[in-house]
Write a protein that binds this ligand. Sequence first.
Ligand SMILES: Cc1ncc(COP(=O)(O)O)c(C=O)c1O
Length: 439
Amino acid sequence: MSVNQYIKPWTTEVKDGHLVIGGCDVVELVKKYGSPLYVIDEKTLRTVCKEYIEAFTEYPNVSILYASKALATSAIFKIVTQEGLGLDVVSGGEIYTAYKAGIDMSKLMFNGNNKQDWELESALDVGVGRISVDNFHDIELLGKITEQNNKTADILLRITPGIDCHTHEYIQTGHLDSKFGFDLTQVDDAVKLIKTTYPKINIKGLHAHIGSQIFDTAGYVDEAKILVKELARINKEYGLTLSELNLGGGLGVKYVETDTPPDIKHVANTVIKTLLAEFKEHNLSDIELYIEPGRSVISTSGVTLYTAGASKQVPHGTKYISVDGGMADNPRPAMYQAEYTCDVANKMDITEKETVTIAGRYCESGDILIKEISLPPIVSGDILCIYNTGAYNYSMASNYNRVQKIGMVLVNNSQSDIIVYRETLEDLISHDNIPDRLK
Ligand SMILES: Cc1ncc(COP(=O)(O)O)c(C=O)c1O
Protein backbone atom coordinates (compact mmCIF):
# COMPACT_ATOMS: atom_id res chain seq x y z
CA MET A 1 0.00 0.00 0.00
CA SER A 2 1.18 3.51 -0.72
CA VAL A 3 0.84 6.58 1.53
CA ASN A 4 -2.20 7.93 -0.37
CA GLN A 5 -4.12 4.79 0.65
CA TYR A 6 -3.90 5.65 4.36
CA ILE A 7 -6.19 8.07 6.17
CA LYS A 8 -3.67 8.93 8.89
CA PRO A 9 -0.02 9.97 8.78
CA TRP A 10 2.31 6.97 8.86
CA THR A 11 3.77 7.78 12.24
CA THR A 12 0.37 7.94 13.96
CA GLU A 13 0.25 6.03 17.25
CA VAL A 14 -1.54 6.13 20.57
CA LYS A 15 0.36 6.60 23.84
CA ASP A 16 -1.31 6.87 27.25
CA GLY A 17 -4.66 7.57 25.61
CA HIS A 18 -3.26 10.42 23.53
CA LEU A 19 -2.76 10.69 19.79
CA VAL A 20 0.90 10.91 18.80
CA ILE A 21 2.14 11.98 15.34
CA GLY A 22 5.80 12.23 14.36
CA GLY A 23 6.63 11.22 17.92
CA CYS A 24 4.80 14.30 19.28
CA ASP A 25 1.77 14.13 21.55
CA VAL A 26 -0.64 16.34 19.61
CA VAL A 27 -2.36 17.52 22.80
CA GLU A 28 1.01 18.91 23.87
CA LEU A 29 1.43 20.52 20.44
CA VAL A 30 -1.77 22.48 21.00
CA LYS A 31 -0.52 23.55 24.45
CA LYS A 32 2.74 24.73 22.91
CA TYR A 33 1.59 26.30 19.64
CA GLY A 34 -2.09 27.09 20.23
CA SER A 35 -5.26 25.96 18.51
CA PRO A 36 -6.31 25.40 15.77
CA LEU A 37 -3.07 24.11 14.33
CA TYR A 38 -2.00 22.46 11.09
CA VAL A 39 0.52 19.66 11.64
CA ILE A 40 2.64 18.11 8.89
CA ASP A 41 4.36 14.78 9.47
CA GLU A 42 7.72 14.98 7.73
CA LYS A 43 8.23 11.22 7.57
CA THR A 44 4.95 10.66 5.73
CA LEU A 45 5.77 13.43 3.28
CA ARG A 46 9.27 12.16 2.57
CA THR A 47 7.95 8.60 2.24
CA VAL A 48 5.39 9.51 -0.41
CA CYS A 49 7.96 11.50 -2.38
CA LYS A 50 10.23 8.44 -2.35
CA GLU A 51 7.28 6.28 -3.41
CA TYR A 52 6.66 8.46 -6.44
CA ILE A 53 10.32 8.45 -7.47
CA GLU A 54 10.56 4.70 -6.96
CA ALA A 55 7.28 4.02 -8.81
CA PHE A 56 8.54 5.76 -11.94
CA THR A 57 12.15 4.50 -11.93
CA GLU A 58 11.39 2.16 -14.79
CA TYR A 59 10.62 5.11 -17.01
CA PRO A 60 13.99 6.38 -18.25
CA ASN A 61 13.33 10.11 -18.30
CA VAL A 62 10.76 11.35 -15.83
CA SER A 63 10.33 14.44 -13.67
CA ILE A 64 7.89 14.35 -10.77
CA LEU A 65 6.67 17.87 -10.12
CA TYR A 66 4.90 18.52 -6.84
CA ALA A 67 1.76 20.55 -7.63
CA SER A 68 2.42 23.27 -5.14
CA LYS A 69 -1.13 24.62 -5.25
CA ALA A 70 -1.94 21.78 -2.83
CA LEU A 71 0.27 23.35 -0.14
CA ALA A 72 2.89 25.97 -0.92
CA THR A 73 5.20 26.98 1.90
CA SER A 74 8.97 27.46 1.90
CA ALA A 75 9.66 24.47 4.16
CA ILE A 76 7.42 22.15 2.15
CA PHE A 77 9.22 23.21 -1.03
CA LYS A 78 12.54 22.42 0.67
CA ILE A 79 11.43 18.93 1.68
CA VAL A 80 9.91 17.85 -1.63
CA THR A 81 12.82 19.17 -3.68
CA GLN A 82 15.33 17.54 -1.30
CA GLU A 83 13.52 14.31 -2.17
CA GLY A 84 14.13 14.92 -5.88
CA LEU A 85 10.80 16.42 -6.97
CA GLY A 86 10.43 19.57 -9.04
CA LEU A 87 7.51 21.99 -8.69
CA ASP A 88 4.39 22.76 -10.67
CA VAL A 89 3.59 26.41 -9.91
CA VAL A 90 0.61 28.53 -10.93
CA SER A 91 1.37 32.04 -9.74
CA GLY A 92 4.03 34.65 -9.24
CA GLY A 93 3.60 34.00 -5.52
CA GLU A 94 4.46 30.32 -5.82
CA ILE A 95 7.42 31.16 -8.08
CA TYR A 96 8.64 33.77 -5.58
CA THR A 97 8.28 31.36 -2.65
CA ALA A 98 10.35 28.75 -4.51
CA TYR A 99 12.93 31.33 -5.57
CA LYS A 100 13.38 32.69 -2.05
CA ALA A 101 13.62 29.13 -0.69
CA GLY A 102 16.59 28.58 -3.00
CA ILE A 103 14.91 25.97 -5.21
CA ASP A 104 16.47 25.14 -8.59
CA MET A 105 14.20 27.17 -10.89
CA SER A 106 14.87 24.95 -13.89
CA LYS A 107 12.78 22.32 -12.09
CA LEU A 108 9.65 24.46 -12.16
CA MET A 109 6.75 24.22 -14.59
CA PHE A 110 4.53 27.32 -14.70
CA ASN A 111 0.85 26.53 -15.35
CA GLY A 112 -2.33 28.57 -15.32
CA ASN A 113 -5.14 29.77 -17.53
CA ASN A 114 -4.63 33.50 -17.04
CA LYS A 115 -1.00 34.22 -16.31
CA GLN A 116 -0.22 37.87 -15.80
CA ASP A 117 2.48 39.82 -17.68
CA TRP A 118 4.57 40.29 -14.54
CA GLU A 119 4.29 36.60 -13.68
CA LEU A 120 5.55 35.51 -17.10
CA GLU A 121 8.31 38.11 -16.95
CA SER A 122 9.47 36.95 -13.55
CA ALA A 123 9.26 33.29 -14.67
CA LEU A 124 11.64 34.09 -17.52
CA ASP A 125 13.84 36.27 -15.30
CA VAL A 126 14.44 33.60 -12.69
CA GLY A 127 14.79 30.80 -15.23
CA VAL A 128 11.64 28.74 -14.68
CA GLY A 129 12.25 25.56 -16.70
CA ARG A 130 8.95 25.18 -18.56
CA ILE A 131 5.83 27.22 -19.15
CA SER A 132 2.62 25.40 -19.93
CA VAL A 133 0.77 27.63 -22.35
CA ASP A 134 -2.97 27.40 -21.84
CA ASN A 135 -4.67 29.52 -24.54
CA PHE A 136 -4.13 32.02 -27.35
CA HIS A 137 -3.93 34.94 -24.95
CA ASP A 138 -1.11 33.13 -23.14
CA ILE A 139 0.76 32.62 -26.44
CA GLU A 140 0.42 36.27 -27.42
CA LEU A 141 1.49 37.53 -24.01
CA LEU A 142 4.47 35.22 -23.80
CA GLY A 143 5.38 35.96 -27.41
CA LYS A 144 5.40 39.69 -26.69
CA ILE A 145 7.43 39.26 -23.49
CA THR A 146 10.05 37.00 -25.11
CA GLU A 147 10.52 39.57 -27.89
CA GLN A 148 10.66 42.57 -25.56
CA ASN A 149 13.12 40.90 -23.21
CA ASN A 150 15.03 39.04 -25.89
CA LYS A 151 14.53 35.76 -24.07
CA THR A 152 13.46 32.35 -25.22
CA ALA A 153 10.75 30.30 -23.54
CA ASP A 154 10.46 26.51 -23.51
CA ILE A 155 6.82 25.62 -23.41
CA LEU A 156 4.30 22.81 -23.39
CA LEU A 157 0.88 23.30 -24.94
CA ARG A 158 -1.87 22.44 -22.50
CA ILE A 159 -4.67 20.59 -24.21
CA THR A 160 -8.11 19.49 -23.08
CA PRO A 161 -8.22 15.82 -23.95
CA GLY A 162 -12.00 15.47 -23.58
CA ILE A 163 -11.99 12.98 -20.72
CA ASP A 164 -14.75 12.90 -18.12
CA CYS A 165 -13.18 11.53 -14.97
CA HIS A 166 -15.47 10.65 -12.09
CA THR A 167 -14.83 13.30 -9.49
CA HIS A 168 -16.52 16.46 -8.25
CA GLU A 169 -17.41 18.75 -11.18
CA TYR A 170 -15.35 21.64 -9.73
CA ILE A 171 -12.20 19.51 -9.80
CA GLN A 172 -12.67 17.98 -13.25
CA THR A 173 -10.44 19.74 -15.73
CA GLY A 174 -9.89 17.51 -18.74
CA HIS A 175 -13.45 17.37 -20.07
CA LEU A 176 -14.33 19.40 -23.15
CA ASP A 177 -16.29 22.17 -21.43
CA SER A 178 -13.38 23.24 -19.23
CA LYS A 179 -11.76 26.65 -18.82
CA PHE A 180 -8.31 25.06 -19.07
CA GLY A 181 -6.25 24.34 -22.15
CA PHE A 182 -6.66 24.21 -25.91
CA ASP A 183 -9.51 22.17 -27.26
CA LEU A 184 -8.15 19.49 -29.64
CA THR A 185 -9.62 21.47 -32.54
CA GLN A 186 -7.55 24.54 -31.54
CA VAL A 187 -4.15 22.87 -31.24
CA ASP A 188 -3.22 23.34 -34.90
CA ASP A 189 -3.93 27.05 -34.80
CA ALA A 190 -1.84 27.33 -31.65
CA VAL A 191 1.12 25.54 -33.24
CA LYS A 192 0.82 27.62 -36.43
CA LEU A 193 0.61 30.87 -34.50
CA ILE A 194 3.77 30.09 -32.55
CA LYS A 195 5.66 28.83 -35.60
CA THR A 196 4.79 31.81 -37.76
CA THR A 197 4.87 34.65 -35.26
CA TYR A 198 6.91 33.87 -32.16
CA PRO A 199 10.35 32.45 -32.96
CA LYS A 200 11.49 32.76 -29.34
CA ILE A 201 8.88 30.28 -28.13
CA ASN A 202 10.06 26.67 -28.35
CA ILE A 203 7.30 24.10 -28.21
CA LYS A 204 8.76 21.15 -26.34
CA GLY A 205 5.66 19.04 -25.85
CA LEU A 206 2.10 18.65 -24.66
CA HIS A 207 0.42 18.87 -21.29
CA ALA A 208 -2.96 17.84 -19.89
CA HIS A 209 -4.50 17.40 -16.46
CA ILE A 210 -7.75 15.49 -16.24
CA GLY A 211 -8.95 16.34 -12.74
CA SER A 212 -8.37 15.72 -9.08
CA GLN A 213 -9.16 13.08 -6.42
CA ILE A 214 -9.14 10.41 -9.15
CA PHE A 215 -9.51 6.73 -8.21
CA ASP A 216 -9.89 5.21 -11.65
CA THR A 217 -6.62 4.64 -13.55
CA ALA A 218 -8.55 4.29 -16.83
CA GLY A 219 -8.64 8.09 -17.17
CA TYR A 220 -4.83 8.22 -17.23
CA VAL A 221 -4.70 5.48 -19.86
CA ASP A 222 -7.09 7.39 -22.13
CA GLU A 223 -5.20 10.62 -21.49
CA ALA A 224 -1.82 9.04 -22.32
CA LYS A 225 -3.19 7.60 -25.56
CA ILE A 226 -4.68 10.92 -26.67
CA LEU A 227 -1.55 12.90 -25.83
CA VAL A 228 0.86 10.50 -27.56
CA LYS A 229 -1.31 10.39 -30.68
CA GLU A 230 -1.54 14.17 -30.75
CA LEU A 231 2.19 14.59 -30.21
CA ALA A 232 2.98 12.20 -33.06
CA ARG A 233 0.49 13.95 -35.32
CA ILE A 234 1.91 17.42 -34.63
CA ASN A 235 5.47 16.23 -35.19
CA LYS A 236 4.51 14.69 -38.50
CA GLU A 237 2.35 17.51 -39.81
CA TYR A 238 4.63 20.37 -38.82
CA GLY A 239 8.03 18.69 -39.07
CA LEU A 240 8.59 19.26 -35.35
CA THR A 241 10.33 17.11 -32.77
CA LEU A 242 8.17 17.58 -29.69
CA SER A 243 9.54 15.18 -27.10
CA GLU A 244 7.88 16.00 -23.78
CA LEU A 245 4.60 14.89 -22.25
CA ASN A 246 3.07 16.13 -19.03
CA LEU A 247 0.18 14.01 -17.77
CA GLY A 248 -0.70 16.36 -14.89
CA GLY A 249 -1.69 15.16 -11.45
CA GLY A 250 -4.93 14.15 -9.83
CA LEU A 251 -4.34 10.88 -8.02
CA GLY A 252 -6.77 10.55 -5.12
CA VAL A 253 -6.32 10.03 -1.40
CA LYS A 254 -8.29 8.29 1.33
CA TYR A 255 -10.26 10.82 3.34
CA VAL A 256 -12.78 8.29 4.67
CA GLU A 257 -12.96 4.48 4.82
CA THR A 258 -15.10 4.25 1.67
CA ASP A 259 -12.45 6.03 -0.46
CA THR A 260 -10.41 3.60 -2.55
CA PRO A 261 -7.52 5.42 -4.21
CA PRO A 262 -5.19 3.18 -6.22
CA ASP A 263 -1.62 2.43 -5.21
CA ILE A 264 0.94 4.86 -6.69
CA LYS A 265 3.04 2.01 -8.06
CA HIS A 266 -0.01 0.53 -9.79
CA VAL A 267 -0.85 3.84 -11.46
CA ALA A 268 2.79 4.32 -12.50
CA ASN A 269 3.00 0.81 -13.99
CA THR A 270 -0.22 1.27 -15.92
CA VAL A 271 0.84 4.65 -17.27
CA ILE A 272 4.33 3.47 -18.23
CA LYS A 273 2.96 0.35 -19.95
CA THR A 274 0.45 2.43 -21.91
CA LEU A 275 3.02 5.04 -22.90
CA LEU A 276 5.59 2.52 -24.10
CA ALA A 277 2.99 0.71 -26.22
CA GLU A 278 1.76 4.00 -27.67
CA PHE A 279 5.28 5.25 -28.41
CA LYS A 280 5.96 2.03 -30.28
CA GLU A 281 2.78 2.34 -32.29
CA HIS A 282 3.53 5.94 -33.20
CA ASN A 283 7.22 5.42 -33.75
CA LEU A 284 8.32 7.79 -31.00
CA SER A 285 11.31 7.47 -28.70
CA ASP A 286 13.11 9.38 -25.94
CA ILE A 287 10.00 11.14 -24.72
CA GLU A 288 10.51 13.00 -21.46
CA LEU A 289 7.63 12.50 -19.04
CA TYR A 290 6.33 14.85 -16.35
CA ILE A 291 3.68 14.16 -13.78
CA GLU A 292 2.28 16.72 -11.34
CA PRO A 293 0.78 15.13 -8.23
CA GLY A 294 -0.31 17.53 -5.50
CA ARG A 295 -2.97 16.13 -3.20
CA SER A 296 -1.51 12.61 -3.15
CA VAL A 297 1.91 14.00 -2.15
CA ILE A 298 0.88 16.20 0.76
CA SER A 299 -2.62 15.35 1.95
CA THR A 300 -1.95 12.35 4.19
CA SER A 301 0.97 14.07 5.95
CA GLY A 302 -1.30 16.81 7.25
CA VAL A 303 -3.79 16.93 10.09
CA THR A 304 -5.59 19.84 11.72
CA LEU A 305 -6.00 20.09 15.48
CA TYR A 306 -8.99 21.93 16.92
CA THR A 307 -10.28 22.57 20.40
CA ALA A 308 -13.93 21.77 21.14
CA GLY A 309 -16.01 24.61 22.54
CA ALA A 310 -19.77 25.00 22.52
CA SER A 311 -22.11 22.09 21.92
CA LYS A 312 -25.78 22.03 21.04
CA GLN A 313 -28.19 19.14 21.18
CA VAL A 314 -31.11 19.82 18.84
CA PRO A 315 -34.14 18.25 20.58
CA HIS A 316 -34.59 14.79 18.99
CA GLY A 317 -31.98 15.78 16.39
CA THR A 318 -28.33 16.47 15.72
CA LYS A 319 -25.73 17.03 18.40
CA TYR A 320 -23.36 19.77 17.22
CA ILE A 321 -19.87 20.17 18.62
CA SER A 322 -18.36 23.50 17.61
CA VAL A 323 -14.63 23.84 17.21
CA ASP A 324 -12.37 26.89 17.10
CA GLY A 325 -11.73 26.68 13.35
CA GLY A 326 -13.73 25.67 10.30
CA MET A 327 -14.34 26.82 6.76
CA ALA A 328 -11.65 29.52 6.81
CA ASP A 329 -8.88 26.96 7.50
CA ASN A 330 -10.62 24.15 5.58
CA PRO A 331 -13.12 25.32 2.94
CA ARG A 332 -13.36 21.91 1.26
CA PRO A 333 -16.46 20.56 3.04
CA ALA A 334 -18.38 23.75 2.23
CA MET A 335 -17.05 23.92 -1.36
CA TYR A 336 -17.05 20.29 -2.45
CA GLN A 337 -19.06 18.45 0.21
CA ALA A 338 -15.70 16.89 1.11
CA GLU A 339 -15.69 14.29 3.87
CA TYR A 340 -13.13 13.80 6.62
CA THR A 341 -12.26 11.47 9.48
CA CYS A 342 -11.56 12.61 13.01
CA ASP A 343 -10.37 11.41 16.43
CA VAL A 344 -10.55 12.97 19.87
CA ALA A 345 -6.83 13.25 20.51
CA ASN A 346 -7.01 13.20 24.31
CA LYS A 347 -9.57 10.35 24.43
CA MET A 348 -8.01 7.71 22.20
CA ASP A 349 -8.65 4.94 24.76
CA ILE A 350 -12.32 5.71 25.34
CA THR A 351 -14.58 3.10 23.77
CA GLU A 352 -17.94 4.77 24.53
CA LYS A 353 -19.20 6.56 21.42
CA GLU A 354 -21.89 9.00 20.37
CA THR A 355 -22.82 10.45 17.00
CA VAL A 356 -22.01 14.13 16.61
CA THR A 357 -21.61 16.72 13.87
CA ILE A 358 -18.46 18.82 13.98
CA ALA A 359 -19.31 22.43 13.23
CA GLY A 360 -16.94 25.28 12.48
CA ARG A 361 -16.97 28.65 14.22
CA TYR A 362 -17.70 30.76 11.14
CA CYS A 363 -20.96 32.56 10.50
CA GLU A 364 -22.34 30.27 7.82
CA SER A 365 -24.76 27.41 8.40
CA GLY A 366 -22.73 25.52 5.79
CA ASP A 367 -19.63 25.66 7.99
CA ILE A 368 -19.79 22.01 8.98
CA LEU A 369 -16.49 20.13 9.00
CA ILE A 370 -17.86 16.60 9.50
CA LYS A 371 -21.48 15.49 9.36
CA GLU A 372 -22.40 12.68 11.75
CA ILE A 373 -19.34 10.93 13.04
CA SER A 374 -19.14 8.48 15.90
CA LEU A 375 -16.68 9.75 18.55
CA PRO A 376 -16.14 9.47 22.30
CA PRO A 377 -18.36 11.97 24.17
CA ILE A 378 -16.75 15.39 23.66
CA VAL A 379 -16.62 18.18 26.22
CA SER A 380 -15.32 21.71 25.89
CA GLY A 381 -11.52 21.71 25.85
CA ASP A 382 -11.13 18.32 24.16
CA ILE A 383 -8.71 18.27 21.21
CA LEU A 384 -10.03 17.04 17.87
CA CYS A 385 -7.72 15.85 15.13
CA ILE A 386 -9.09 15.90 11.59
CA TYR A 387 -6.97 13.74 9.28
CA ASN A 388 -5.81 14.23 5.72
CA THR A 389 -5.91 18.00 5.69
CA GLY A 390 -2.48 18.54 4.14
CA ALA A 391 -3.82 19.44 0.68
CA TYR A 392 -6.01 22.36 -0.31
CA ASN A 393 -6.62 23.49 3.28
CA TYR A 394 -3.94 26.04 4.15
CA SER A 395 -3.62 26.87 0.46
CA MET A 396 -7.32 27.75 0.26
CA ALA A 397 -7.54 29.35 3.71
CA SER A 398 -9.07 32.78 4.17
CA ASN A 399 -9.53 35.43 6.83
CA TYR A 400 -13.30 35.06 6.71
CA ASN A 401 -14.95 36.77 9.71
CA ARG A 402 -11.64 38.58 10.21
CA VAL A 403 -10.14 35.58 11.97
CA GLN A 404 -6.35 35.12 11.95
CA LYS A 405 -5.02 32.32 9.71
CA ILE A 406 -3.70 29.45 11.78
CA GLY A 407 -0.11 28.28 12.11
CA MET A 408 1.58 25.11 10.89
CA VAL A 409 4.18 22.91 12.55
CA LEU A 410 6.37 20.19 11.12
CA VAL A 411 6.84 17.10 13.28
CA ASN A 412 9.52 14.44 13.02
CA ASN A 413 11.30 12.15 15.48
CA SER A 414 9.55 13.80 18.46
CA GLN A 415 10.67 17.26 17.34
CA SER A 416 8.29 20.02 16.31
CA ASP A 417 9.09 23.22 14.42
CA ILE A 418 6.93 26.07 13.22
CA ILE A 419 6.85 26.26 9.41
CA VAL A 420 4.07 28.86 9.17
CA TYR A 421 3.51 31.37 11.95
CA ARG A 422 0.00 31.90 13.22
CA GLU A 423 -1.30 35.30 12.13
CA THR A 424 -1.68 37.97 14.77
CA LEU A 425 -4.37 40.61 15.18
CA GLU A 426 -1.79 43.13 13.94
CA ASP A 427 -1.28 41.01 10.80
CA LEU A 428 -5.00 41.28 10.17
CA ILE A 429 -4.99 45.06 10.01
CA SER A 430 -1.52 45.44 8.53
CA HIS A 431 -2.86 45.99 5.00
CA ASP A 432 -5.74 48.24 5.99
CA ASN A 433 -5.62 51.93 5.27
CA ILE A 434 -7.86 54.70 6.59
CA PRO A 435 -7.91 57.55 4.02
CA ASP A 436 -7.16 60.97 5.56
CA ARG A 437 -10.68 62.20 4.91
CA LEU A 438 -12.05 59.53 7.25
CA LYS A 439 -9.73 60.37 10.11
C1 LIG B 1 -2.40 21.48 -14.07
C2 LIG B 1 -2.51 20.79 -12.78
N1 LIG B 1 -1.56 19.92 -12.43
C3 LIG B 1 -1.61 19.28 -11.24
C4 LIG B 1 -2.64 19.49 -10.35
C5 LIG B 1 -2.63 18.75 -9.05
O1 LIG B 1 -3.74 17.95 -8.89
P1 LIG B 1 -3.82 17.02 -7.60
O2 LIG B 1 -3.59 17.86 -6.42
O3 LIG B 1 -5.18 16.47 -7.65
O4 LIG B 1 -2.78 15.96 -7.77
C6 LIG B 1 -3.66 20.37 -10.68
C7 LIG B 1 -4.78 20.59 -9.76
O5 LIG B 1 -5.74 21.25 -9.97
C8 LIG B 1 -3.59 21.06 -11.93
O6 LIG B 1 -4.52 21.93 -12.29
